[in-house]
Design a protein around this ligand. Structure first.
Ligand SMILES: CC(=O)N[C@H]1[C@@H](OP(=O)(O)OP(=O)(O)OC[C@H]2O[C@@H](n3ccc(=O)[nH]c3=O)[C@H](O)[C@@H]2O)O[C@H](CO)[C@@H](O)[C@@H]1O
Ligand SMILES: C=C(OP(=O)(O)O)C(=O)O
Length: 425
């Protein structure tokens, strides 16, 4: 008999109160990987308490980095003794983002051996752009079954690298590899996400020479070595958006703290268009979201930053299921990010998909059901739906949700939600 954990969610009316957003998973992961590049101590603050972070810490330790928690959310990393360039395959399997250690290892040792990350529930997710970048910098990549080895016999040398798609991970991996390469690297059509800017800011504090992060052209001039520093991880814009949507779907009133409004412009714009009051309290990094009425339908199309984030698409669709009319969603970033649709339909949602398009006809009321968190953000969408569904929603496979939401039960309960974790057999 296997013990499984599930989430039970019940409708408890409008959510009200304050919630403080944690540091961003998608910043903390590459920044932890980048700490391999420093030969002195690094301190990171506002590291979110998540399963994915635990895996990255395990990977760093397996390479012989010393990683120590100095508070609940602060980590001290000493990578001076890192002497391995091969990552344990079983850890690579636990998290796709583990591939992000490849760039730093290549930069530091001229060699990196790792495992190709598989596809996942949201699509194939190839790594061709990462490898193309490493090859341009002079690394020779060989693949043997699942093993990927990148070797730069004569060291890495700067080059101009055009990315066919502004991949977040490829931009990060190439940027980190280029920090210690000889000469200048230019990444053209680079990803512009705030997490790229945060990583560049961390690398610059360590002594890297990077300009243009946050634009399509990033220029990195290689330096001899990188030193220690202290850095605070940028707030998680996806977690922030999820709580803003919790206010909108429950017709509540939530003050979201530690959020940067400019990082979630499309989410704010769409919420306002649908009839939500969104008040940005800029100097204090706070956003208040409130409504007391059923919202209007809308259309969204996911795009690389600064477009509408794919990581908020599922949660937004949950909101659309109870809007007053027909909404539509176009997913352009991932090939298969509609796994939540069938689960939402089990709760009474009316959704029709065709390829990467979904039409959502708002219903008066959802009903609780037994549903599965098919991926991280699908899980978040089911929680939002469960907050306004009649009866009880039982969400299984919640390990996906644990990858990306710090203190989830505590944060939702503080806002008045009825949500609990339970062991089932
Ligand atoms: C840990 C982390 O930061 N994860 C985020 C990161 O993922 P990740 O870095 O994996 O996302 P990418 O931007 O690389 O992927 C976007 C698209 O590009 C494709 N692609 C990517 C690389 C490549 O070599 N070849 C290729 O074809 C992917 O299959 C996908 O369709 O950005 C995504 C897009 O904002 C977010 O949803 C993820 O939450
Ligand atoms: C897709 C996501 O993460 P990852 O790239 O780590 O799978 C996400 O955070 O929604």
């Amino acid at each position: 008999m296997v013990n499984k954990e599930i989430l039970l969610v019940r409708d408890n009316g409008p959510l009200r109160g304050e919630v403080s957003i944690s540091g961003a998973k998608n910043s903390a992961l590459p920044i932890l990987a980048a700490s391999i590049l420093a030969t002195e101590e690094v301190i990171l603050d506002e590291v979110p308490k998540l399963k994915d972070i635990e895996v990255m810490v395990e990977i760093l330790r397996s390479l012989n980095a010393k990683v120590e928690y100095i508070s609940d959310t602060s980590l001290k990393i000493d990578a001076s003794k890192v002497d391995k360039y091969e990552t344990p395959f079983e850890l690579m399997d636990k998290m796709r983002a583990s591939f992000i250690v490849m760039g730093p290892l290549l930069a530091r040792f001229g060699h990196a051996i790792t495992k190709a990350p598989g596809g996942c529930n949201i699509g194939k997710r190839p790594i061709d752009l990462h490898l193309k970048g490493f090859e341009s910098l002079g690394a020779n990549t060989t693949m043997n079954h699942e093993e990927i080895s990148s070797l730069a016999k004569c060291g890495l040398k700067g080059d101009v690298i055009y990315l066919d798609f502004p991949s977040v991970g490829a931009t990060e991996n190439i940027m980190m590899a280029a920090c210690l390469a000889e000469g200048e690297t230019v990444i053209e059509n680079a990803a512009k996400e705030p997490e790229i800017v945060d990583l560049a800011s961390f690398l610059s504090k360590m002594g890297a020479d990077i300009i243009g992060a946050g634009t399509s052209n990033i220029i990195i001039k290689g330096v001899e070595k990188l030193k220690g520093t202290r850095h605070t991880i940028v707030p998680d814009r996806i977690e922030a958006a999820t709580y803003m949507l919790a206010a909108a779907i429950t017709k509540g009133d939530i003050l979201v703290k530690n959020v940067i409004g400019s990082h979630i412009r499309p989410v704010i714009a769409k919420l306002i268009e649908m009839g939500t009051h969104v008040e940005e309290i800029d100097d204090e990094d706070m956003i208040r979201v409130r409504t007391d009425k059923r919202l209007k339908p809308t259309t969204i199309k996911t795009l690389p930053y600064p477009g509408f984030p794919t990581d908020v698409q599922s949660q937004f669709m949950a909101l659309m299921t109870v809007c007053n009319g027909e909404s539509s969603v176009v997913e352009t970033v991932f090939e298969n990010r509609f796994m939540h649709v069938d689960e939402l339909k089990k709760m009474g949602a009316v959704i029709v998909t065709e390829g990467n398009r979904a039409a959502i006809v708002g219903v008066d009321k959802l009903h609780g059901a037994e549903v599965k968190a098919t991926d991280l953000r699908a899980g978040a969408a089911l929680i939002l739906a469960g907050l306004v569904a009649e009866g009880e929603t039982m969400i299984s496979d919640i390990y996906h949700i644990d990858r990306g939401y710090s203190d989830l039960i505590k944060k939702f309960t503080n806002l008045g939600a009825k949500i609990e974790r339970k062991q089932v057999i």
